[in-house]
Design a protein around this ligand. Sequence first.
Ligand code: SF4
Ligand code: SF4
Length: 101
Amino acid sequence: MMNVVYISVGIVFVLMMAGRLHGRERARKRVIRVVESHCTGCRRCIKRCSHHVLEMVKDETGMQHAVVKNPDKCTACGDCLGRCKFNALELVERVNMRRNE
Ligand code: SF4
Ligand code: SF4
């Protein structure tokens, strides 16, 4: 009986480690990007991101929209994507993000 418990705990541990490694690899390759022309400035993404990657700025017309303030902190988790109702967020390859800056 104890063997089953040890094996189960071992499997859970291995799956957790694999998940963490996968997350790090994903974060290394991808980053969030704001499609500013779609952004309404609703702030839903900013409230959702616990890593403080996004912030709100005003453009020259006085309109507010989100920008990526701390791209290095983005884990590419995608949580903010589910909050945006305006298709204003996308995950891109980090190389392309730098090209678009
Ligand atoms: S993908 Fe995750 S870490 Fe990156 S900005 Fe969105 S919620 Fe934050
Ligand atoms: S949730 Fe979408 S529309 Fe709202 S501020 Fe974020 S990017 Fe802009």
